[in-house]
Write a protein that binds this ligand. Sequence first.
Ligand SMILES: C[S@@+](CC[C@H](N)C(=O)[O-])C[C@H]1O[C@@H](n2cnc3c(N)ncnc32)[C@H](O)[C@@H]1O
Length: 269
Amino acid sequence: MLSYQHAYHAGCLADVHKHAALAALIEHLQTKQKPLSYIDTHAGRGLYNLASAESKKTGEAAAGIVPILHAGAIPPEHPYARSIAETRRMLGPAAYPGSPEIARRLLEPDDQLYLMELHPQEHAALKRVMTAPNIHVHKRDGFEGALALSPPTPRRGLVFIDPSYEIKTEYQAVAEFVLSLNGKWPTAVIVLWYPVLEAGLHIGMADALAKAALPNFTRREISFGERGKLHRIKGSGLIVVNEPFGVGQALDGAGKLAATAVNASMLPR
Ligand SMILES: C[S@@+](CC[C@H](N)C(=O)[O-])C[C@H]1O[C@@H](n2cnc3c(N)ncnc32)[C@H](O)[C@@H]1O
């Protein structure tokens, strides 16, 4: 039974971290001008409204992307800023792009997008908004689906893994999935997001992957400081496998961006 709905959390500090990193990675991969495959194992509904009752209830966007945009902290040419601006031009000033929408805005018509979402309503909403011949929306378990498709054509590409971690065993399952995925598609750039929790549930997963000798493996974590206490998450973690050469600074920048919102002076009063 899936109960997590990203509408409550869209635009939160963790989204800023993972979405800025995702956008920077996609932009970096495009410098080669060869088609890409993009697989989103946990796609969500694709588009969010930060003026919705769900968003207002948690206040996570109001302490995340909203003050960052108000402060002009993201250069407008950053691919994350561009995808937000383009989404807002089409859908209004409170719209916020989820990972599938960010990928769609930055990718080209000859790139292939595979979006997996298991929750019936989230899947239905995603299917309504993601319509193009190169976008394939699957109502399917993202782990099973990504392994079944790997390696896809084209073979250059990126897999974005953003589970809701609703059950404790998911951490172990994610570690096993990343290892299997790298075995089936050794050149895939794998981007895994995880929450940094007081209970330390993420530690076994991240340590197991760090010890697995995966190619060009990197791990970055940022702290949410006092803000974390409010939203019961201490920080945000990102693991990248096959991190492309030259993108490290942009990935560090994604963390710094999220960290700027942690600064109390930027928060709405
Ligand atoms: C954190 S949200 C995804 C947010 C999205 N990646 C974004 O950045 O906009 C996680 C999503 O995974 C879905 N989900 C949970 N378990 C799943 C599974 N095994 N396979 C596919 N989707 C799943 C949930 O319904 C939820 O919509």
